[in-house]
Design a protein around this ligand. Structure first.
Ligand code: 5GP
Ligand code: MN
Length: 350
């Protein structure tokens, strides 16, 4: 099982003995793991007697806005002055589910300069050395699983109550695509079993996250798949792009585009999927892959991003058509790797 460095755990324990004010932060466009791990760690530290605040950079979708104590998080984009005060106030700043301070986007400069001790808890590849204590485990399913392990390593397994368990379960479930990727280690299921023992209704959580699509969101998905999907067969690649006009037509809300990229990847023989959306000042990209093809490397090398081997984000400051041209122009040099990843992932491995 992925294990935490015991020296680091001791250092954290020591740090917490001299701390009262704790701030928890997470990345821009927070997802289920970012929010779940933050709320869970926040409640745990609150139960341990600390004064805890949670700061998220921007708004998040409704299907994630129901977790216990959701209302206690401060959204920086709506409350900048309060967010800045929170950063100044903190003696310790937990940095959850991101590997570089730039990933918080809106308050990254302020966070760089903050006097609080920065504690990273994350599972993304290649973390930047910008943190004072780094719990970085890339083998784990999610930051939420890592928070569970950290609470246990601090000797507080018994403090994990139903509310903490629900938040951690949301993080593990969403970051593994409902246990379809990054979930091949027994430990993940041992953690989940403990969470279920603490009262998580996994069926209900699944419904709350995945069966709450708005009609518009469902129609947008249909439009993407029937009208906007392009397949580059010889490179085992599928991609979808949405313009500002498309998003206006479907009245796209935060989170509505989440998961669309996975449909492109679920096609037989496809090992690489990309999803491009036109933002006011940039093109935002989600990359997904099957098997050995690293979208982390691809995005780092060409699209100013990164993430995990099989799920990464990126961006350009080009026009949409230029971005797509850049992308499709790069594919031939990866053809062999893409084809072999497609082949490998269609076989039962020995
Ligand atoms: P998504 O496509 O869902 O936005 O992101 C996929 C994964 O890549 C997530 O784990 C996310 O945290 C990570 N990610 C997304 N964008 C970036 C980026 O610009 N840089 C890095 N390092 N990771 C990213
Ligand atoms: Mn995560």
């Amino acid at each position: 099982m992925p294990s935490l460095n015991t020296d680091l755990v001791s250092q954290l324990k020591k740090l917490l003995t001299t701390t009262r004010n704790i701030l928890i932060t997470t990345h821009y466009n927070p997802d289920g793991d970012a929010l779940g791990s933050s709320l869970a760690l926040g409640r745990y530290l609150h139960l341990k007697g600390f004064s805890v605040k949670i700061l998220v950079p921007n708004e998040y979708p409704d299907f994630l806005a129901w977790m216990p104590r959701n209302g206690e998080m401060t959204v920086y984009s709506k409350n900048q002055a309060q967010g800045d005060d929170m950063i100044d106030w903190a003696q310790v700043i937990f940095c959850l589910d991101y590997n570089a301070i730039q990933r918080v986007n809106l308050f990254s400069v302020k966070l760089f300069q903050a006097k609080g001790v920065k504690v990273l808890v994350d599972h993304h590849l290649q973390p930047e050395p910008q943190f004072d204590l780094m719990f970085s485990l890339i083998e784990t399913s999610s930051t939420s699983e890592l928070v569970y392990d950290l609470i246990c390593a601090l000797g507080d397994k018994d403090v994990i109550d139903k509310d903490i368990a629900i938040c951690l379960y949301v993080g593990i479930m969403t970051d593994t695509g409902s246990f379809s990727f990054a979930c091949n280690l027994p430990h993940t299921y041992e953690v989940v079993a403990e969470l279920v023992r603490r009262g998580v209704d996994t069926e209900q959580v699944h419904r709350l996250v995945y069966d709450t699509y708005s009609e518009q969101r469902m129609r947008l998905l249909g439009y993407c798949l029937s009208e906007k999907l392009t397949i580059v067969k010889d490179c085992a690649t599928a991609y979808i792009w949405l313009s500002k006009a498309d998003m206006k037509k479907f009245k796209v809300q935060p989170g509505d585009t989440e998961g669309i990229v996975n449909y492109a990847l679920s096609i037989k023989g496809i090992s690489f999927a990309a999803f491009f959306t036109e933002k006011p000042d940039r093109i935002r990209i989600s990359f997904r892959s099957k098997g050995t093809f690293s979208v982390n490397n691809f995005s780092r090398d060409h699209f100013n991003g990164g993430g995990h081997r099989n799920a990464a984000g990126g961006e350009t400051f080009l026009k949409m058509n230029e971005t797509i041209e850049l992308f499709t122009g790069l594919l031939p040099q990866y053809k062999e790797g893409l084809q072999s990843a497609a082949l490998q992932s269609s076989l039962l491995q020995p």
